[in-house]
Design a binder for this molecule. Structure first.
Ligand code: ADP
Length: 272
């Protein structure tokens, strides 16, 4: 047979094969799109701080090194840029593990109040730098046992609290509360009285690399991945995450968790 026939047969066969696998091929295409998009975003996000750091180093090499004050200032700024790069690479590492590697949950029963207090302790210094106080709604100041992946929920609470500090006004307050919902759920709320989020940005907040201030010129560096990580972790748990926000008034991020089945037994023994 001439080659062309072979090619034709081959094409037909591929089409026939593809027809049966249409859904999978569509999925592959979406994944490929996603991958390209993602890689494009990654290199863009890395470029900005890299050029910033290089800019300061070049200025230093160009003579600023001799001026003691300038030297200090530029080195500090270069260091900020490097810190930003470290954030981005850490978050990239995490989101890749979550999304590509498939996230396996290690569920256990734990006291979510205690977990929140641990995160408070870890972030106390960061909050103090901006005179922001981290408060807890005392009404629920007793153990509340939930069933979830402790480490991942710690990540979620950390990311939300870090944001409330980053986008909070100096002297502001971030309050965390845990409330019983109907059935077997609790809701954790993180409320700040910071800069808030303009309405039109809210639908896209949880996208990778999405930021309200796209210029990246603001003092508060971040990876733009924090909320994407939060959303992913909550989705894998089969739980919901909500946001309410008003510009210049503040934001409230809240998410649900499942109560531990043997919670009442544990609470009783704890309060005794
Ligand atoms: P980033 O690294 O930029 O903080 P995130 O994914 O954590 O990335 O958040 C995305 C964007 O959502 C932020 O850049 C910021 O504009 C907005 N945002 C998140 N949390 C808050 C908050 N508590 N108050 C105001 N804006 C917020």
């Amino acid at each position: 047979k001439p080659v062309t026939t072979d090619m034709k047969t081959l094409t037909e066969e591929i089409e026939k094969f593809a027809e049966g696998k249409k859904i999978e091929i569509d999925t592959l295409k979406i994944r490929e799109e996603y991958r390209k998009d993602f890689l494009g975003n990654v290199s863009h996000e890395l470029k900005t701080p890299l050029f910033t750091v290089q800019g300061y180093i070049l200025t230093l090499l160009d003579g600023a090194m001799k001026d003691k004050k300038l030297r200090q200032k530029y080195l500090e700024r270069a260091n900020k840029g490097v810190e930003r790069l470290i954030y981005i690479v850490k978050d990239l590492d995490l989101i890749t593990k979550l999304e590509v590697g498939g996230l396996k949950l290690e569920r256990e029963d734990f006291d979510v109040i205690e977990l929140i207090k641990n995160v408070f302790d870890l972030l106390e210094m960061k909050a103090a730098e901006k005179d922001i106080s981290l408060t807890f709604d005392m009404e629920y100041n007793h153990p509340i046992y939930v069933n979830a992946d402790r480490e991942k929920i710690q990540q979620v609470i950390t990311n939300l609290l870090v944001n409330s500090i980053k986008y909070g006004y100096p002297n502001g307050t971030t309050e965390v509360s845990v409330e019983n919902l109907i059935k077997n759920k609790v809701i954790v709320r993180v409320t700040d009285n910071g800069e808030g989020i303009p309405k039109q940005h809210i639908p896209r907040l949880f996208e990778r690399f999405y930021r309200v201030d796209q210029s990246g010129s603001r003092a508060e560096g971040g990876s733009g991945l924090g909320l994407a990580i939060v959303k992913h972790i909550m989705e894998v748990h089969g739980e919901k995450i909500y946001v309410e926000s008003e510009e210049d008034v503040g934001s409230e991020f809240s998410f649900t968790l499942e109560k531990a089945a043997n919670k009442s037994a544990k609470s009783t023994s704890d309060s005794n």
